[in-house]
Design a protein around this ligand. Sequence first.
Ligand code: MTE
Length: 354
Amino acid sequence: MWGKRDDMIVHDEEPFNAEPPPAALAGQPLTPIEAFYSRNHGPSPDLDPATWRLRIGGLVDRELVLSLAELQQRFTPRTEVVTLECAGNRRAELLAVRPIPGQVPWGPATISTATWTGVSLADVLAAAGPGAGAAHVAFAAPDVSPSVDQPYGSSIPLPKACSGEVLLAWGMNGVPLPRIHGGPVRVVVPGYIGARSVKWVQRISIQAGPSESYFQAEDYRLLPPDAEPGPGRGISLGPLTMTSGILCPDGERVPAGPTDVIGYAFAAEGRTIVRVDVSLDRGRTWTQAAVDDPPSTWAWQLWHTTLDLPSGPAEITARAWDDTGATQPEFPASLWNPAGYDNNSWARIRVDVG
Ligand code: MTE
């Protein structure tokens, strides 16, 4: 129904939550829309681009109401390559450590990269004129999550919102933004967890504090292992952590011999992955994969190598290093948290060879 590949791994039909089979992401810096993961908390609204309006208010000198045509004509359009990653990417590995009830068991493909066309949120905010006390920019959408009976909302700090790279986007990979990805207009926050890139955005509020939406105040927070969730508890997730994933081989059985191993690595805000190590002996010895340049400052990097796989069960491990010398933690167990966010441990797959 949503123009996705037939072989998407659909975790929920309604709201639609799906990721592609990992191999569908391999080897292509830009993800085709039909393979791009989809994360929704409620039914997707069907908004008419002709009547859609964006309202900007709160601590501003001038309130604005913009139609799509006004947004497109009043501000300078720009196109950026940006990777979106859900904070729940690779949750399945955390689930294997300890149960995480009620959360989608995402594999390693809840990450995708597209070109996004729109205008800088910074330009729109400048036209409204942030007033005294402004510190956060909150986004509100009309889709209602049945589990919490609240419309979706989120916020980012004002300096990030004014940084230029944050977009109000109406285009994706050169076509009008599809409804399932937030059309007619969504926010794209490069370098931040996907939850902050609010789809179907209708209202932007400049305010002193973060959004009071459940999805900012209570969800998308990193809690200590035995803590209970609650408003304001835990670390509110914003900037992404460095991670990596293995995309190929994708399947339980592979023939013995030279085998292409392909994956992605994604550095945190503004940094670059400079090395990816791959191991067949759980990290006792490593070989270095070839790492592609990122298609933009805000995008993942693909990597590949060829390993000679002997017959029998094999475990392939990968870890990335960024240009500050930081690398990934070894085990998901040390990262386990009650909502299952931010699993950026070494990438691991197990295959039967032969
Ligand atoms: N925006 C709205 N309005 N409703 C949502 O459910 N999900 C968020 C974000 N924006 C969401 C939203 C989450 S958690 C993620 S990871 C991204 O959208 C996913 O974007 P995509 O579905 O286009 O891949």
